[in-house]
Write a protein that binds this ligand. Sequence first.
Ligand SMILES: Cc1ncc(COP(=O)(O)O)c(C=O)c1O
Length: 430
Amino acid sequence: MSSRVFNPYDIRKDFPILDRVVRGRKLIYLDNAATSQKPKQVVAAIAKYYLWHNANVHRGLHLLSQEASQMYEEAHEYVARFINARSWEEIVFTYNVTEAINLVAFTWGMANVGPGDEILVTVMEHHSNMLPWRKLAKIRGARVVYVDVADSGELTYEEFEKLINRKTRVIAVTLMSNVLGTITADLVRRVAKLAHEYGAIVVVDGAQYVPHMPTDVRELGVDFLGFSSHKMLGPMGIGVLWGKREILEELEPFKTGGDTIKEVTLEGVVWHDLPWRFEAGTPNVGGAVGLKAAVEYLMKLGMDSVREHEKELVRYTFKRFNEELRDAVEVYGPKDPEARGGVIAFNVKELNHHTVGTALDMFGIAVRTGMHCAHPLHRRLGLAGSVRASYYVYNVKEEIDELVASLKTIIALRDKLKTGEVDERICTGT
Ligand SMILES: Cc1ncc(COP(=O)(O)O)c(C=O)c1O
């Protein structure tokens, strides 16, 4: 298969894990929405940092500390460039996107949301962009108002328009659903304008969007964006909060302690400049170095090409599912590959999603099953769960063929599998 700019077969050479044999078959990794694999370049950058440069940052005058500090700051710069932030000082490193959203809820939210205020949260959100707002609302006596998702799996501007009012302080919305694949960026641009007319801020969850397509925070017009390194070829344990400088500057730290301050007396404290005010304690320098390497890797591929590659995989999946599985498989979310990313949630009729996931594992195919941390969305769709295949830069059409062939075997054995017992005999069609 060829992509416009990069060749996924070449890319695969950077990911030794893709050569692993699991359950006697070559691994097919389709669980990228949960976490991506890491290329050699990222692992090498982390190893090089720990083997040759390791020191604590911002504390020592010695050379190693200066090197580590510079590498840590450079990582902020690369991330800023990646999402077209005005300055690296708008980039706060967190533990993951979950922490990034909690940071906004419990700094901006605690200072600006009060009794009777409203927070609009879409039904499509991952729990990470829903539960922090619910907790904030409970503490502050505010109300969470839910923005419904249409049966097509899309959000509509009219729903936001209907619900927004002068009491609305925050709109929390994902840029791409981790279940339905729905891309909301065009809508979010309009919603941001609407929100600002009402004096509300917009907090977007970029966990499934930033790793997969070009992101420009200035052009989106939102106030905060969060995402996680581990879903974009980088290491676990580091995430990003981008916030508009003028808003971040008004905020007190989320967590306090070392590195958050300029000066402390027994009577008072002067908080540090951005972004250090929000990065309490010794940070994950190795993680930041790995994230920088991941960003370099993706920039070299070109985010437009990443998007094109995944769109092609989605198109191909729909084609093959339609040809081979049409009557037995139900796929959720928008049908137009332009309107969705490389996340495909589905169910095999009459079979439990866990049974299908366990059976696919026997074929060496890694997918996610369950509700994918989006219980309210599954309930809204009337689903007890789903199977989710999700793609990234190293996935190829032959893997989709394998997925389809394995699903065909599973469907042929459906009556046997209904008992829920799955073992390796399935691979022989028995
Ligand atoms: C849309 C979305 N938001 C938030 C998260 C949470 O990510 P993390 O666990 O890295 O904080 C995920 C991860 O699955 C996600 O898909």
